[in-house]
Design a protein. Sequence first.
Length: 279
Amino acid sequence: MDTRTPTVLALIASPRILGNCETFAKEVSRNIPEAHRLRLLRLTSLKIGRCRACYGCVVGRKCPVEDDMAFLLGEIANADAFIIASPVYYLGANASIKAVLDRGFLFFDILEKTHGKPAVLLNFYGMPGRIGAAPQTLETLAAFLGLSVKASLSIEAALPGEALMNKANAGRATRLGKALFSRGKRRRAGGCPFCGCEIIRVVPTGFVCTVCHGSFTIGPQGRFVKGKDGGILGSPEHILLHREWLRGMKERFNDRKREIMKTIIPYRDDGEWVEPPGK
């Protein structure tokens, strides 16, 4: 029997100390009825380098980028639940979230440890209604880590701590804390009928979710009707099929390397690259 105290890892994608992301995450933690240990990690303080598209990690080699990514993945793998919080910057999530996502091939190595663990996602926006596509970025991060999203909220708050000055928001933090380790599933009042994401694409045949890529239409009662599953979400074994596809791409590149080089080399000397002074 595991008697270890569960760890809740708060991933804070804001540089602001005691800002809305940090204080709201701590308020959620205060309202978790189960005994737990809160650990916080400020993503903006980490050095997360750019993926080099070498596919080395896909075929089992060590990532050549020397940064804090291995440390971050270790913390994520060892956590039992997550609070992921980001401010909205120019209609998107903080760039630190996307920096981590761009290294997402490394998620394959920890997927069996993270799959099914609960998470709540928090976006904080300043101007009324200016949420943009920020929730989708957090949903994507959670999806490719295999997390079970209990709630995804967008909260209007610009000034530090402003979110908790609103009694309604304080109540939401209370409910989130109680929901995190509960057995209840995410309520989907709107958005994708497969995964709940509210950011969708309009296509000639209806709609496609931008996270799980499930397709759906609107039925006679004005509700979304499921069409085809997008094939992205599922068991760890299913998600890991993505890695197999990537390995196949590496093989296809090697098979067609001569043809590829013949196509791209003629473009090598076109134009003039612009760089900052001193480089």
